[in-house]
Design a protein around this ligand. Structure first.
Ligand code: UDP
Length: 493
């Protein structure tokens, strides 16, 4: 084993939201299992998010991941509520480069792996002569669609927000509506936001390469398109979380604490028949309007299936939206208010379908569990992920969402209980449902093959590590490191 002095050392800089922090921790874990010294840098508010999980890792996986904190320039953010405004949050992200750069100077790692949302990361790494890899937590299909929207502007050819158009030049016919595009993609955001998004793309291009949390067999045409048509150097090494499957439940529950007793939740599932439970969750950030939640609840209640519904709205804990609902559906349904142990739920054999907002982590988790899905995108790139699930992979049924809902507010058209129940039935009963399940089960096997020795993700990971080590030798950019574990632990709260 390499000594502390000679061990290859990577700094990981995750973006400050759960959907980015969760896969970054998985990524650091993965590198740590390959004898790389790994340090995650985050803000004091987010340190506990990682601290619990890294403590468990050292017991269960025998790996050490170090944590360092860097002060957030404005007030401490809990995205974006504790920041005065969204713009303020992004300003803080920009200014973070100064204290972060100082940490890089102090510890001089051999490589920086930074979330793609930090467009300045490459210049900080360049200053020290070390490579910067952009960690892109999204699908391959997303940048391909986005780049061709930008290049061909097909949304300008239609006369209304609801009219379909085809995104030119892609490996499949991807049909979208203007209402499904991000405001910055349509040029409707404020100038600073449009400039920021452009800068993020440029920043990623400047990097040494891009790490993707996907696997080749899931979206081969888009991985190839990304490389050949868009010219990116990239390594697909996902799905990151399955490398640690079966190594203990705690490893699966990265980050936030489950709002339900995990054993109780698993016991509830144990009592259900195989494939009889529908899991409904809108990710870590989406709040769903009360009226909409009511329709969802009534749809679920009307089904013969069992269900788990995850409710994020804080106010719901006072009981409005599902007033008396849990009692009414006792035995059939479980409502989790707050944070659900999603990966464990999806992996349970009782779960047979997933109603998902199409965040990329959730899609991957659904794929890895071999589940057919009802797609209910809300914002960001979720509409493009939806097309992958429904039109390309054909493992899901679209709910028929007409356009963007607010990110953290409660806008969006209400979809009625009958439409919801019909969409769910389509992934449960009939020939089409059976075929979708078969395809999903095939992808589940492919995902596991990808991360085994000789598999596509495993090989890309090995190639990447070898290349980085060779880069270190060639550039002679290595300086001795004087960090000790006590220095690190002093940052833990
Ligand atoms: N998640 C979870 N419990 C919840 C909600 C979300 O464990 O109650 C996890 C989920 O498993 C996934 C991540 O949070 O790993 C959400 O990421 P995704 O990309 O799906 O959506 P986002 O939250 O970024 O919109």
């Amino acid at each position: 084993m390499a000594s502390e002095q000679t061990q290859f050392h990577i700094f990981f800089l995750p973006y400050l939201v759960p959907g980015h922090m969760i896969p970054t921790l998985d990524l650091a874990r993965l590198f740590a299992t390959r004898s790389v010294k790994c340090t995650i840098i985050t803000t004091p508010l987010n340190i506990p998010f990682f601290a619990e999980a890294t403590k468990t890792d050292s017991q269960k996986l025998g790996i050490e991941i170090n944590l360092l904190s860097v002060k957030f320039p404005y007030e401490e953010p809990g995205f974006p509520k504790e920041c005065k405004s969204t713009q303020n949050f992004f300003k803080s992200i920009a200014e973070l480069q100064h204290p972060f750069g100082a940490l890089m100077e102090e510890f001089h790692p051999n490589c920086l792996v930074a979330d793609f949302q930090f467009p300045w990361a490459n210049s900080v790494a360049k200053h020290l002569g070390v490579p910067c890899l952009s960690f892109d937590v999204c699908s391959y299909i997303y940048p391909c669609v986005s780049s061709n929207l930008n290049r061909y502007q097909p949304h300008k050819e239609v006369s209304s927000d609801s009219e379909h158009f085809v995104v030119p030049g892609l490996p499949h016919e991807v049909k979208l509506r203007r209402a499904e595009l991000a405001p910055y993609e349509k040029g409707e955001s404020e100038k600073w936001m449009i400039e920021l998004v452009d800068r993020i793309w440029e920043g990623q291009r400047e990097c040494y390469g891009v790490i993707k949390n996907s696997f080749y067999e899931l979206e081969p045409d888009y991985a190839d398109y990304y490389e050949n048509n868009m010219g990116f150097r990239h390594w697909h090494i996902g799905p990151l979380f399955i490398y640690f499957e079966g190594k203990g439940n705690e490893c699966n529950q990265v980050g936030k604490k489950s709002s339900i007793d995990v054993e109780e939740c698993l016991r509830w599932l144990d009592e259900k028949r195989d494939n009889s439970v529908i899991y409904v969750c809108f990710g870590s950030m989406s709040n769903v309007a009360y009226g909409q939640l009511d329709e969802i609840a009534r749809a679920l209640e009307s089904l013969v299936q069992n269900f788990i519904l995850v409710v994020r709205n804080k106010e719901d804990t006072n009981g409005w939206v599902l007033d008396g609902f849990e009692d009414k559906v006792k035995g059939q349904g479980l409502v989790i208010r707050g944070w659900a142990p999603q990966r464990l739920i999806l992996e349970h054999q009782a779960v047979g379908g997933f109603v998902s907002h199409c965040g990329w982590n959730s899609i991957l988790e659904g794929v890895v569990a071999g589940l057919p899905m009802v797609t209910w995108p809300r914002h960001a790139e979720q509409f493009y992920n939806e097309k992958l699930v429904t039109d390309v992979l054909r493992i899901g049924v679209p709910l028929g969402v007409k356009g963007w809902a607010g990110t953290l507010d409660e806008n969006g058209d209400v979809i009625g209980k009958d439409e919801i129940a019909t969409a769910i039935s389509k992934i449960v009963v009939g020939k089409e449902a059976e075929d979708m399940r078969k395809r999903a089960q095939e992808l589940k096997k492919m995902a596991r093959r990808a991360i085994q020795e000789g598999g596509s993700s495993y090989s890309h990971l090995t190639a990447l590590i070898e290349e980085l080590k060779a880069y270190k030798i060639a550039s002679n950019g290595f300086r001795s490191q004087n960090i000790t574990s006590s220095t690190y632990t002093s940052f833990l709260t």
